[in-house]
Design a binder for this molecule. Structure first.
Ligand code: NAI
Length: 476
């Protein structure tokens, strides 16, 4: 078996944590029980690109239990939990000397070159064949396949320009190398793929852009916009893990501090609530009048970043947009202000601009925590080099909330793989009855007692007793 992880001897530790996580992931375990005999994913060759954590380990083993052949990478250079990766490679029945699990190419602290090498490895089976399904988070695997096929069709991979980010040059180099090794590989891969299920807001955004431009090569299910994903993982998950990230990175007392949350979407709402819960005085920035009004109604001061850049102690960007905090703004922050991002990509904070400031010095406090000292002697603390701090500095969202997200993922994989002809190329969300099913699978564990509609009540509000209970346009 081919694989590349940090240390296989961590597998026992990983296995012990996977065992505890399984209990906290009732949705995934219920899906295993429902489908393990039928094996609806038999024949599926799933390439997964999603943070290689303990929770993801339970997802991977669920896909395998349902019959899939899986290869996996992390979708971020800092988010792998090395013990989870080791346990998945070793597998339930394997040993360190004789691993029998799933090929994983991921370790905490990859370079960008290594990251794209890993993505390439997982997109090719040892016999040279391609995957027929992608499970993506942020869209990097989907991007590599699409760009590869596009450049093969054009007959050449373009050169990166000086203005391009460093990572784009690495992506182009990866494509140049792989096309030279096997011409036509990416066109073949794009044709082999029946569909992709996408985990996050940023990846979904990329998919809709491609669908709009007519360049999307295969159908996609937008898992993010299942209600039981974005209204739970993005909100309640970040409500938990933003504090975990700050604590493990700095252990600074949050109570009484001024915290700025940029963006008040699902992630921003969770972060703002958590910081308020710790006693921080929270200020929100927004560009959308609806979200700004929501933040105000929730009791937060809403203003521009420029207004508060010099008085705040903690900054968290949650926008999925770029250039939210500029290098100049960072230079004007208070001494030891903490700057962090929880959005998917690292371009929310201008890290490249920060590094170019005259006389600036970068001091590693510990991995993923850096003090940037300006020439005048004052400094700021940047978490996870501007990458998502909850996965870079802590362990991301806890199992129970990820069980909701990943149950959607598994159902979406089954939908696309088994009902391919029902999904012409386009971007879809799961039907509401499946969204409600995911929620239902998590009620017992919390001791929730649901009220059952009477037939008369159901007909009065125009729904079926067994659901769905809301029209598609309902916003929750
Ligand atoms: P969203 O679209 O619900 O919220 C983003 C908000 O930012 C919007 O309300 C938007 O109006 C606002 N915004 C955009 N530009 C802005 C600007 N210049 N200044 C202030 N506000 C601005 O998206 P969601 O679901 O909250 O996701 C945000 C990001 O977090 C995405 O990149 C997503 O992929 C990522 N994410 C990260 C997770 C993690 O565990 N770290 C979990 C879930 C999502």
């Amino acid at each position: 078996m081919d694989y590349k992880v940090a240390d296989l001897s961590l597998a026992d530790f990983g296995r012990r944590e996977i065992r505890l996580a399984e209990h906290e992931m009732p949705g995934l375990m219920a899906v295993r029980a429902e489908y393990s005999a039928a094996k609806p994913l038999r024949g599926a060759k799933i390439m997964g690109s999603l943070h290689m954590t303990i929770q993801t380990a339970v997802l991977i083993e669920t896909l395998v239990e349902l019959g899939a052949d899986v290869r996996w990478v992390s979708c971020n250079i800092f988010s792998t939990q090395d013990h989870a990766a080791a346990a998945i490679v070793v597998g339930k029945d394997g040993t360190v000397d004789d691993p029998k699990g799933v090929p994983v190419f991921a370790w905490k602290g990859e370079t960008l070159d290594e990251y794209w090498w890993c993505t390439d490895q997982a997109l090719q089976w040892p016999d040279g064949s391609a995957p027929n399904m992608i499970l993506d988070d942020g869209g990097d695997a989907t991007l590599l396949v699409h760009k590869g096929a596009e450049y093969e069709k054009a007959g050449a991979v373009p050169q990166a320009t000086e203005d391009d980010p460093e990572e784009w040059g690495i992506i182009l180099e990866t494509l140049r190398r792989t096309i030279a090794e096997k011409p036509g590989r990416w066109t073949e891969t794009a044709a082999a793929i029946k569909g992709v299920t996408e985990e996050t807001t940023t990846g979904v955004h990329r998919l809709y852009e491609m669908a709009k431009a007519g360049t999307l090569a295969f159908p996609a299910i937008n898992v993010n916009d299942s209600v039981t994903k974005s209204k739970f993982d993005n909100k309640y998950g970040c409500r938990h893990s933003v504090i975990d990230g700050l604590n493990r990175a700095t252990d600074v007392l949050i109570g009484g501090k001024v915290a700025v949350v940029c963006g008040y979407g699902d992630v921003g709402k969770g972060c703002a609530e958590a910081l308020k819960g710790q006693g921080a005085r929270v200020i929100v920035t927004e560009i959308d009048p609806i979200c700004a009004l929501q933040a105000a109604m929730d009791g937060f001061q809403v203003t521009t970043l420029e207004d508060v850049v010099g008085i705040a102690d903690i900054f968290v960007t949650t926008t999925g947009n770029f250039n939210i905090i500029s290098a100049d703004q960072m230079s004007r922050m208070k001494h030891q202000a903490i700057v962090s991002n929880i959005g998917h990509f690292d371009n929310e904070i201008d890290m490249a601009g920060l590094a170019k400031i005259d006389g600036i010095e970068k001091i590693e406090i510990k991995p993923q925590v850096h003090e940037w000292r300006f020439e005048d002697g004052h400094s700021i603390i940047v978490l996870a080099e501007g990458r998502l701090m909850n996965l870079g500095c802590a362990t991301g969202h806890p199992s129970f909330v990820m069980s909701n997200s990943f149950t959607n993922q598994v159902i979406a994989q089954i939908e696309l793989f088994t009902k391919t002809e029902e999904y012409p190329v386009g971007v879809y969300v799961l039907p509401k009855h499946l969204d409600e099913k995911v929620a239902r699978l998590h009620l017992d564990a919390l001791g929730v007692k649901l009220t059952t509609l009477t037939k008369e009540q159901a007909s009065y509000i125009g729904v079926h007793v067994e659901g769905p209970y809301k029209p598609d346009h309902y916003r929750y």
